[in-house]
Design a binder for this molecule. Structure first.
Ligand SMILES: [Zn+2]
Length: 252
């Protein structure tokens, strides 16, 4: 994994192109203009948060960009906490409080992110009720996601978890090609590499995915959904409700 950190936040400027991040699009335009966002290209396996420092920048993925929020132990073991696509941002923790965080983020599908000053967004969160509602809606979805991941990792089989994860990444990236090695996958999911290889081998043998050295291509998403645990459907339902709630608020 390339461990290249993105340069720290330096200066704001006019965006190169409109952001497609759903949280930013839901903010009042006047608030968005005060945030003075900046758009940045991120590449596969870039590391966006340099733990354990206090992040000065929050990252809002655009459509097609996917980030993995990862926790690392003192011994160097890593585990994915959540996948973040255009529905959200990182780090939620830094929105609520200042200080060092215990996680970092790795780019799993490259593309654009909108960079926002954590300090400015915290100020808007404190002073503007509509901004607070938008951000708390995402916070609720994020907590649902974390809770479900805890249950999933304890109860469901490796193949079920792997299938769910591949689908979640595919949907956020809007791409059947997933650029991840078995080694990285085993770290992300906290599963032994040999077990990952076995599970992918089974899905490959059944024509559901096509495995490569550093990538996996989803061939039959419906069949893959059939191999995933119930968490995938629940995650989709939560996401649909989150989007419907925001649409209803926008129409009110
Ligand atoms: Zn599950």
């Amino acid at each position: 994994m390339m461990n290249r950190e993105i340069a720290p936040y330096v200066a704001f400027g006019a965006p190169r192109s409109p952001s497609t991040n759903e949280v930013l699009l839901a903010l009042p335009p006047v608030v968005l203009s005060r945030l003075e966002t900046r758009i940045q290209r991120v590449r596969l396996h870039d590391v966006l948060l340099a733990m354990p420092s206090d992040p000065v920048t929050l990252y809002f993925p655009h459509r097609g960009t996917v980030l993995s929020l990862v926790c690392t132990t003192d011994t160097g073991s890593q585990l994915e906490v959540a996948l973040i696509g255009p529905e959200g941002f990182i780090s939620v923790e830094s929105l609520i409080r200042r200080g060092a965080i215990d996680s970092s983020a790795i780019v799993l599908a490259e593309g654009d992110v909108t960079c926002v000053s954590a300090m400015r967004l915290r100020a808007e969160f404190a002073s503007d009720s509509r901004t607070r509602t938008v951000l708390l809606d995402y916070l609720a979805l994020y907590v649902q996601h974390l809770t479900q991941n805890v249950v999933c990792s304890r109860i469901h089989s490796i193949e079920q978890r792997l299938s769910k994860w591949l689908l979640a990444l595919r949907d956020r990236a809007a791409d059947d090609g997933i650029h991840v090695s078995h080694d990285l996958l085993s770290k992300m999911l906290g599963i032994q590499r040999s077990s990952v290889t076995l599970a992918i081998g089974n899905l490959n043998a059944d024509g559901i995915v096509e495995r490569g050295r550093e990538s996996i291509r989803v061939i039959d998403a419906n069949a893959l959904a059939g191999r995933a645990c119930e968490c995938f459907e629940m995650m989709q339902r939560n996401l649909d409700q989150y989007r419907a709630q925001r649409t209803a608020r926008g129409a009110a």
